[in-house]
Design a protein around this ligand. Sequence first.
Ligand code: NAP
Length: 484
Amino acid sequence: MPGKTHNVTLIPGDGIGPEVTSATCKIIEAAGVDIRWDVCDAGAEVFKKGLETGIPTETIDSIFKNKIALKGPLETPVGFGEKSANVTLRKMFETYGNIRPIKEIPGVRTPYYGRGIDLVIVRENIEDLYAGIEHMQTPNVAQCLKLISRKGCEKIVRLAFEFARSEGRKIVHCATKANIMKLSEGLLKRTFEEISGDYPDIEAHHIIVDNCAHQLVKKPEQFDVIVTTNMNGDILSDLGSALIGGLGFAPGANIGDDFAIFEAVHGSAPKYAGKNVINPTAVLLSGVMMLRYLGEFKAAESIEHALYITLAEDRILTRDVMGDMGAASTTAFTDAIIKNLEKPFDTQKKRTYNPIQLPKVSKDPAPLKPKDRAVKGIDVFIELDKPFEVLGKNLEQLATSTPFEFKILSCRGVKIYPCLSLKEPDLVDHVCARFLLKDSAQQATNEMVLDLLQKLSKECRWVHLEKLNTFDGKTGYSKTHGEG
Ligand code: NAP
């Protein structure tokens, strides 16, 4: 709301974070928006003090109170130990949607300049491989769970359509790998196809994500809004940023029902920290997104135009665009933008921005309620410590005294036993034994499963179990390659 004092949590962050956030705050203040910044810590220094989340309680309290944060990049410890404080923040505040605009910037020449790139990637932000559920199942094989929920899909799809409406956009593409991961990525595709009917004013298309990457490089101007899963969105948005001049120009917003955290796509670029050479545009444009979220549409436009005049007319550009010769420092670039505030800039494509209507999705954890469900078998993952043919034969024999039939042994999703192939499989020490009920009309009870597991425990070291479910007669598990 213009004229109002806004309370915003400010996390300067690591590496180049303090430089890009201070440039942004200076420009927002110069644009006349009244913001009371609550400056808070998170990231590397907090990890170093021994706090495992990298986010102190005061920072969490501040975001809870203010509901809005502007955040610089946070360094992520690599390898074992602490999780990314960025991901923790997104999860903690349930900012399920990550909105990443990729828009041609006046004056920033790229091979695509003049083609009018103006698209937005709406990335699911808290599920998928980023749920961070990983296990070493054997000493040699790691697993990362790709969790995709119906509710998560509905929220992100509706957010994408609502966002499209708020900016007068007309096409939404859903990019998935549903051709391979039919159940997980397929859930987003199916949900998208179902929900798109509620938005008849917007064209809806599905696209396979690898082709989406190809099309983004070939003809990016064909896209308007792309909704996608977490990992896909992470990669596509970095690709997208390169189309318009690099990570220095790519802003982002993490949006949830109750909280919003605005941050650039880029990280802490530690090699440039403290050198006064980096481009603050990405965080500045994240700040512009924040101003629109706060209803400060006029100030948002004034800052955007001042940025464009600085880049396109004054030709004041930072090192990422100019190289070492003739580049403006971060602070000189910031001052130039401030001088250009309130000046008009004639953009070819003028958008009318409206407040986004955040979707209302039922809180029910299980929106799909099958009338009929059954367990038809189990997959048991086993650490391989004997020849696979021996294990296969033993499992065949072992199953004869149970209600289950041993079907196949597979390794990394490929059938290895029974096998007619003359080629020796290239094994790892992690195999999966599939058992299905001999009588397919029956249902497996927990007692049957536990009995089978007890027998298996005498034969091998099993490491993981999955029940093979059907819901309303539909198979809820994938087939192994070569299973038939
Ligand atoms: P990065 O910090 O994004 O930097 C990669 C490269 O992008 C830089 O070397 C630089 O390219 C360019 N770049 C990034 N920001 C720029 C800016 N504002 N102005 C000009 N150029 C810019 O990625 P990274 O090196 O992979 O990650 C560093 C740390 O940041 C890691 O700890 C990572 O986990 C973390 N990270 C945090 C976030 C977040 O907070 N949301 C996001 C991503 C990564 P040139 O080398 O070509 O000059």
